[in-house]
Design a binder for this molecule. Sequence first.
Ligand code: HEM
Length: 364
Amino acid sequence: MTTPSGDTAMLAVRYEDVEAIMRDPRFTRDLSAPGSPSLFPGDSLSADRSFLVNMDGPDHRRLRRIVAAAFTPKRAEQWRPEIRAIVDELLDPIEQAGPPADLINDLAFPLPVRIICRQLGVPAQDSVRFRAWVEAFLSVSGKSPEQRDLAMKEFTEYTVELLARHRAEPGDDLVDHLINARDADDRLSEDELVSMTRGLIVAGNETIANALSRVVLVLLMRPQIWRTLVDDPSLIPAAVEELLRVNPPGRIGLLRMATEDVEIPSGVIRKGQGVLSPLIAAGHDPSVFPDPEEFRLDRPGNSLVFGAGPHFCLGANLARVELQESLAALTERMPGLRLTVPPEELPWSTGLWAVSLRGLPVTW
Ligand code: HEM
């Protein structure tokens, strides 16, 4: 395919190719060398050389080890009650005001940013600024390069101040863990520390907001499945996996480049060639998921929605808990939930990076 920046890239469409590309370290995410392909002009996420997802090899492993302890399944489970409490806090005013409501503005967007605020130990009211920065950072078509640069500058300044505050008054937040990992044996450079904090804010926001809105949309378009979950909430964890497979938040995925000729199941990718491995393609490969558009609660296998290999999503456990608790609260508190407009009238963003719902009007 031709990318929006005019480069060519191979597009993997089979499960085994997507998985091979994601697992093989010979496909690099470091696209900083001159002549490397790019996905679109002004791809600011890929340009951040000190963020995890753009690094390879020992540097990547070192950074990942430092933050991994904050994202284990156990840690995510510890967060579960607090996540449910935040979901309930967001649903209270919606319920009190009565229908209709917009689940994007009132739940999907505020939720992940509120959770990240708690994890980073910053006030919840800062979430409004995070949201604006993250949006400017990720959506390419909506903002001018100047607007994006300004957002990036403010975001960086905020992160630097946040780190300084935590240095002055240490606590037990994620930021403190990152600072200690650096200060104790100098493993994170200052740039890496800023980037990691900023990167976690970005990585944990749009993805969850997008995933939650898509997950709820799929359910509201299949009312019989919604009813099944209302009647039996123990099915919610399995439903989340299948919902993410059917309608994953990431569309095209991140661009990689072959550092040498690499053989994957469908052929050879030549050195220097850009390659995309969209996870939606993996999750819809009919040889792995027969009748892929059909929602089935008993599908075996992994749809790769959180990636695979060295860059496997660090936030997967947390993301699962956030989605499960959101569905648990919605099915319990709003069992009659339904859309107020036909699905084809729903507004979508025009961002190249993340195509997301801009409104989800519902009643109950
Ligand atoms: C449903 C929500 C989410 C989905 C579908 C998702 C998906 C992914 C995928 C597919 C990757 C791998 C990208 C690649 O290798 O090309 C990834 C990486 C990553 N994700 Fe997530 N993610 C989600 C939520 C989160 C959250 C909540 C956080 C953090 C709080 C997070 C943090 C990260 C980080 C740091 C990486 C880079 C890991 C590395 O390079 O070692 N993600 N995510």
